[in-house]
Each structure stands twice: as structure tokens, then as C-alpha cells.
Ligand binder design. Structure first.
Ligand code: EPU
Length: 339
């Protein structure tokens, strides 16, 4: 089975077979049938790099359903499309997800890497995650505080808790988010791009206006995976110590640095895109893969690229950034199979 339709980089990897999961009722039977044979989980494939054949059964998480209670508690099935959910929550009269508009992928994938954009992370809004536990063969509900969320990280992608790539422990089936009625919502517009979008306004924008601005910014900067294969940011923004950040800003005064999160106050996040652009990679092309001309953090497949070519380019970028700045760029997507 060719997986090129199941990953947004449109890489042509093969898998032994694919099983679609539409209901939690299938999980017990599938677990028994699979036994200890290799399996791996895919949502929309918008954060994976398939670089070799997958000797495994691919489980496509497609459990649907969404509802919202009057107090703003939104429940959504793992197979729902993330962006559709964001727009639907606003239509229902609830705010909180507007900064996360237009992020590609499914609801079930959102907690795995704790998606984040424009000053908001999923972990700021999530209440609980329900997952099938392959080890104990039952559904479990984890409170947000038990999910180990940090910058682009959670227990669902940490091998210490999730296990090896071909024996993942948890398959997310549903998430619960805590939103606010539009009438008493406070919007988050401190991120530079949003601040400048609303600089001329005396009154704060509505949540819908924030979503519209985020959509416009993303359309301007980031390639649409429907048009050109990509997985969004290919590297995380590296965290450095405050001391190293000072050292870097003396050498490179225009290197963007971001305020540290409360949980990492001794660290500072710096712009990976800037580092990559300064190494001359923006718009670079190696055969059919390359670096997007509009954003240096996004690797693209121009059509016939392979996962190996993507990894070779990523490696070339990492080497150049280490050589020039002494900083290691950690990839953001998950490489399958894992090496
Ligand atoms: N920049 C460059 N060159 C570029 C692009 C950006 O120098 O080609 C510099 C600019 O100074 C710009 C700064 O980098 O002001 C930040 O760029 P941007 O606002 O696009 O954000 P980012 O740090 O590159 C992160 C997330 C994105 C998220 C945006 C907005 C990571 C790895 N990426 O990118 O998330 O949309 O912030 O919040 O944290 C994703 O994870 O797939 C993703 C797209």
C-alpha cells in the first residue's frame, strides 16, 4: 500500500497494510488481531517524514464527532480536521482556538506535538485526552497535567512513555478543550505579526477577527500542503540559555529571540528560520526537494522528492547551522520508521 496520499509531504513510502479506525468499538478487536506485530498510527500525516518502507500496519485514526457544552467544554473525535473544528467553535459562539486556525492535521494529532502558533499552545486550552492504551487494552482519560506538555512535546511522542515507533502505547481517540463564550473572551494578540495586524485599532479585535488575521498571515507566509508538499516547520526553534542568548545578540543583533515561557524562565527561544536563512538556504533546491522561498523553516517536496532526499537536505541544513552558529536544530516532525 502506497502512503503518498496519507502524508502532506506526499512521500511515496509503502506500508504492509492500512486499517482505518472509525469507532472506539473496533479497538479491542484490532488490538487482539495485531498482537505484538508492528503497528504505527497516522492522523493526516501532516507532521511525519516517511523516509523508508514501513514494515508495519498503519492505523488511520478517523474517529469523528464533536459537541460543545454551554460552559465551553468542547469534545472532539481524533479524526476531525483541526482547522474545521477551530472555525466551527467560533461559529458556535466560543473563543480560544482562533490563534490556532489553519494548522493542518487532525484533532488526534494536535496533542502529540502540542501544536502552537501566534502565542497560544494547545496545552493552554486542553482539559483532557482520551486514548486507547494498547498495553492495558482499555480506554483511559488523562488530565492535561498528566500529558507532559511542553514546547512541541508530550507523552504521546516521547519514546520513554509512548514506546518505539512500531509499538506505540497510546492511540488518541478524543480530546476535551475548555473554551470561553465569545462575550467574555480575551484575545491573545501579543505575537509580533498579530500586533502589527491590529496596530491601527483602538478596540481589541474579536476572536473571529483574530482567526481571520491568523489565516491571512499563514496564507502569506506558509505553503499550502494541498499545493506543495510540506509539514510546516521542519525544525523546532532552539532553546538556549539566557547567557548564550546574550552572547548571540551581541554577535547578531537582528537574530529574533522570544520571551521564555514561565516553565523555562532560564531559557530563551531563538528563530530557527533566521539561522537557516543566514546560511543561505531560503529557496534552495536539491533535485525535487527544497526550502520554501517564503519561509526558511519549511522544507518542501516539489513533486517527485523522496523521504531520503528530505532527510539529506535536513542534515545539510543542520551541519551548516552548527558550523556557522554552533547550534543544533532539532527536527519537529516525526521520522518514520524511526532510526
Ligand atoms: N524569519 C526569518 N526567515 C524566514 C522566516 C522567518 O528570518 O524565512 C524570522 C523573522 O524574523 C520572523 C521570525 O523568524 O519574524 C519568526 O517567524 P514566524 O513568525 O514565521 O515564526 P517561526 O518562529 O518561524 C513558529 C512556529 C510555527 C508557527 C509560528 C507562529 C515553530 C517550530 N514554528 O514559527 O509553527 O506558525 O511560530 O506562531 O515553533 C509549525 O509548527 O509547523 C508551525 C508552522
Amino acid at each position: 500500500m502506497n502512503l503518498s496520499q496519507y502524508n502532506t509531504l506526499r512521500l511515496p513510502a509503502r506500508a504492509d497494510r492500512v486499517i482505518q479506525i472509525d469507532s472506539v468499538n473496533q479497538l479491542s478487536e484490532i488490538t487482539a488481531a495485531l498482537g505484538q506485530t508492528p503497528r504505527c498510527i497516522l492522523g493526516a500525516g501532516s507532521n511525519v517524514v516517511l523516509h523508508a518502507p514501513l514494515a508495519a500496519t498503519v492505523l488511520l485514526a478517523r474517529i469523528m464527532g464533536r459537541s460543545i457544552a454551554e460552559d465551553g467544554c468542547l469534545t472532539a473525535g481524533a479524526g476531525e480536521d483541526w482547522h474545521t473544528l477551530v472555525m466551527w467553535s467560533l461559529e458556535q459562539g466560543y473563543a480560544g482556538l482562533e490563534n490556532l486556525a489553519l494548522i493542518p492535521g487532525t484533532v488526534g494529532a494536535a496533542p502529540v506535538q502540542n501544536i502552537g502558533a501566534y502565542g497560544v499552545e494547545l496545552s493552554d486550552r486542553i482539559k483532557a485526552v482520551t486514548a486507547w492504551d494498547f498495553k492495558n487494552k482499555k480506554l483511559i482519560r488523562l488530565n492535561a497535567s498528566d500529558c507532559g506538555f511542553s514546547y512541541r512535546q508530550s507523552i504521546f511522542r516521547d519514546p520513554a512513555t509512548q514506546g518505539p515507533w512500531d509499538q506505540p502505547r497510546y492511540l488518541i481517540t478524543e480530546i476535551e478543550l475548555q473554551l470561553r463564550p465569545l462575550a467574555n473572551a480575551q484575545v491573545e494578540i501579543n505575537y509580533a505579526d498579530l500586533k502589527s495586524a491590529f496596530a491601527h485599532r483602538a478596540k481589541p479585535p474579536s476572536a473571529q477577527e483574530v482567526a481571520d488575521a491568523v489565516i491571512a498571515i499563514r496564507r502569506r507566509k506558509l505553503p499550502d500542503p494541498k499545493e506543495i508538499g510540506n509539514v510546516g516547520s521542519f525544525f523546532k526553534n532552539p532553546m538556549v540559555s539566557q547567557l548564550q542568548a546574550k552572547h548571540l545578540s551581541l554577535l547578531h543583533p537582528d537574530l529574533p529571540q522570544y520571551p521564555a515561557q514561565a516553565s523555562h524562565h532560564e531559557q530563551c527561544k531563538i528563530s530557527a528560520a533566521w539561522l537557516i536563512e543566514r546560511c543561505g538556504f531560503k529557496g534552495a533546491r536539491r533535485g525535487d526537494v527544497g526550502v520554501h522561498e517564503g519561509h526558511a523553516l519549511v522544507l518542501v517536496n516539489h513533486g517527485g522528492g523522496t523521504g531520503r532526499e528530505i532527510l539529506a537536505l535536513a542534515h545539510e541544513i543542520q551541519q551548516a547551522v552548527v558550523a556557522k552558529f554552533g547550534i543544533f536544530l532539532e527536527p519537529e516532525p516525526i521520522f518514520l520508521p524511526q532510526r
